[in-house]
Design a protein around this ligand. Structure first.
Ligand code: URA
Length: 289
């Protein structure tokens, strides 16, 4: 690696780490003076509590047939083609027609189709709905800083959401809505085959782990995916096991972090991400090309 590139990476990491409140970098008074503005600019949904049901009509995705994954190592182009198929299937099925949305575009997901690391958020917000891209608003900018702080780039990870369409007023998805969209997320996981999934916030965490615990109880350690024990929604959509066992690291949603922008919360998220980095490094999953 040349010196310029190394310097650039170090600078990026130091800046991002400072932003996240990493303990070895002193946090000066007023260093995050812009944070309240960010919070005010994007009212964040409540990520600590389940959402109020908006009534999805009780449909279940039981007819869903998981995408077939060819044996052997998938090339990136092959994986991208499969993801395109999942997207086309999502567009045809339009599971969001069974619940209320406020969307102009489908936000399917993007990134490296064979990424070792996948981020799963809850649902697109306004900017994501306008652009058709996940995590490009204020919360997305913070997520990108987190990714850069990990020594990665947006292009080298895969980013998607549980819901592919924007809920009205950015409401938190209900479990029923999440379950209707779950087969497509599971297929994204089956194709990408990430080694680690970072779930951002409770809806994604609870859906993938099949639990109803709080983030406080779940974050800070890895959980196996698919989960062993029966849990919420299991048997409805966990048809077609993922191709590999994946480790899930739940952490706070960046929108929650923006809203509760305390050094303590930033340190917690950074601690979760450091565990992910250590795991990827121990496995030899490339952190950057
Ligand atoms: N919040 C999410 O959960 N996902 C996005 O894509 C943007 C904001």
């Amino acid at each position: 690696m040349d010196r310029d590139r190394a310097n650039r990476i170090l600078t990026q990491q130091a800046e991002s780490a400072r932003f996240l409140g990493v303990d070895f970098i002193p946090i000066g008074a007023g260093a995050y003076a812009d944070a309240p503005e960010l919070v005010a600019a994007e009212p964040a949904p409540t990520h600590e509590e389940p959402g109020t049901p908006r009534g999805s009509g009780g449909r279940t995705p039981s007819a869903y047939v998981p995408i077939e994954i060819p044996e052997g190592e998938l090339a990136a182009e092959q994986a991208q083609q499969l993801l395109d198929e999942v997207r086309a299937r999502y567009e045809r099925d339009a599971p969001h027609k069974h619940f209320v949305t406020d969307h102009h575009n489908i936000v399917f997901g993007e990134g490296d189709p064979r990424a070792g690391l996948m981020f799963v958020g809850e649902a697109p917000g306004e900017t994501e709905d306008q652009t058709g891209r996940p995590f490009v608003g204020k919360a997305g900018q913070l997520l990108e800083k987190m990714i850069v702080a990990m020594g990665l780039s947006r292009e080298r990870v895969y980013i998607c959401n549980v819901l592919k369409t924007r809920p009205p007023n950015n409401q938190t998805p209900t479990l029923e809505e999440a379950e209707l969209c779950a087969p497509y997320l599971l297929d994204q996981i089956r194709v990408v085959q990430p080694s680690v999934i970072v779930t951002l916030g409770l809806p994604a965490t609870r859906l993938l782990l099949g639990v109803s615990d709080t983030m406080r109880a779940l974050r800070g350690r890895f959980h196996e995916f698919p989960p062993q024990a029966d849990g919420l929604g299991q048997g409805v959509y966990w048809k077609g096991a993922p191709v590999r066992t994946t480790q899930v690291m739940p952490t706070y949603h960046p929108a929650y972090l923006l809203r509760s922008y305390t050094p303590e919360n930033r340190r917690k998220v950074w601690a979760d991400l450091k565990l992910v980095m250590d795991r990827l490094a121990a496995e030899g999953t490339p952190a950057d090309a």
